[in-house]
Design a protein around this ligand. Structure first.
Ligand SMILES: Nc1nc2c(ncn2[C@@H]2O[C@H](COP(=O)(O)OP(=O)(O)O)[C@@H](O)[C@H]2O)c(=O)[nH]1
Ligand SMILES: [Mg+2]
Length: 357
């Protein structure tokens, strides 16, 4: 299962965010799906489309998509040099598919540390870039040698050279206007700053009204990354409440469903994950596939037999199905397409697979 990890300075709110997701009834998955690692939680990906499909089908069960998340722990200045948790911390980051920076904005005398999100961002980025620089220099030297006997490695050496240049200035790779091809070439080296990034700005309750103004400079700095503002403490408290009281609390504060749902969905998409659905009386279910996967690969997410014996996929976009009210109605109007093995499903497709093994 894909996993994202929280990275940030001490007291930014990482553990609180972890608890908001893991501790409450809001988005936590049932224990049976949890991993054995106590630091890894499983979050349900909220999806109103699935809710509508389940209602349409009168499904007995509804199964959301899931993602894993982990609290990587405190990063301190000097982590790249082994300060604090140092290497253990860096190893934690290497294991995740996407990084979530938790940046503190809330001001509270009882909680030590800076509360300027840009200051948090600066320290965190420099530590990650320095850790990558060391690795990039090592890989570069190695590939330069290898390229002497293998001219096909020229592009790789150039990519590593560019990486070293950027990192030496303290610029993370995701910021370095590298083209997609170069970032892809660098992928096998597992650089920390070559992973997708999302930002959470942790606001104090009294800052919620000014969220936009507080987030703007961070969004500007981290151009291209999604920045989700939220009051982590409030979300964590809300997550512990029964559903109806939770909705009341968040609505009362003008926060709609709260920011956790937005956040988990953003992380899901950031990792390149997309959803297709199956729906019927027994269950409606959201399945996860990687953007760009083929119809047989999607079938394989359900069962390897479905992929091996794939014949075709009866397909309809979720909205069209809900609008018609049933498979039968949609079929009779010719809205259900029969897609073959070259079809690339889109996010929101509802599918029934025909297979033969
Ligand atoms: N006032 C306020 N305090 C917060 C908020 N989020 C976290 N805290 C507090 O800040 C302290 C550090 O939070 P924690 O989640 O442990 O930070 P971590 O070091 O990044 O894991 C705790 O005492 C939290 O209760 C917030 O949004 N507002
Ligand atoms: Mg913590």
């Amino acid at each position: 299962m894909e996993r994202f990890g929280f990275v940030g300075l001490p007291n930014a709110g990482k553990s609180s965010l972890y608890n908001a997701l893991a501790g409450g009834g809001a988005l936590a998955a049932p224990y049976a799906f949890a991993t054995t690692d106590p630091n890894v939680g499983v979050a349900i990906v909220p999806d109103p489309r699935l809710d509508q499909l389940a209602e349409m089908s009168g499904s007995a069960k509804k199964l959301n998509a899931r993602v894993e998340f982990t609290d990587i722990g405190g990063l301190v200045e000097g982590a790249s040099k082994g300060e604090g948790l140092g290497n253990q911390f860096l190893a934690g980051i290497r294991e995740v598919d996407a990084i979530v920076f938790v940046l503190r904005a809330f001001d509270n005398q009882d909680v030590p540390g800076p509360f300027e999100p840009l200051e948090h961002l600066r320290v965190v980025e420099i530590e990650l870039a320095l850790a990558d620089l060391e690795a990039a220099e090592r890989h570069h030297a190695k590939q330069v040698k290898a390229a002497r006997g293998d001219t096909t490695l020229g592009a790789l050496v150039a990519a590593l050279e560019r990486a070293v240049e950027l990192l030496a200035e303290g610029t993370p790779l995701y910021r370095g206007d590298l083209d997609e091809e170069t970032r892809e070439a660098l992928r096998p080296f597992f650089f920390l700053t070559n992973k997708p990034v999302l930002g959470v700005v942790n606001l104090g309750e009294e800052q919620l009204e000014d969220a936009e103004a507080i987030v703007a400079p961070v969004a500007h700095e981290l151009a291209g990354a999604q920045i989700v503002p939220m009051c982590v403490q409030l979300e964590a408290e809300a997550a512990l409440l029964p559903a109806s009281e939770r909705a009341e609390l968040l609505e009362g504060l003008g926060l709609g469903e709260g920011a956790l749902a937005t956040f988990v969905n953003a992380a899901y998409r950031l990792m390149g994950l997309r959803t297709f659905f199956t729906t019927g009386e027994k269950e409606s279910r959201a399945w996860t596939f990687s953007a760009g996967a083929s119809a047989p690969e999607c079938a394989g997410v359900i069962h390897t037999d479905f992929q091996r014996g794939f014949i075709r996929a009866e397909t309809i976009f979720w909205k069209d199905l809900v609008a018609k009210g049933s498979w039968a109605a949609a079929r009779s109007e010719g809205l259900v397409r029969s897609e073959g093995k070259d079809y690339r499903p889109v996010d929101g497709d509802v599918m029934e697979f025909r297979f033969n093994v």
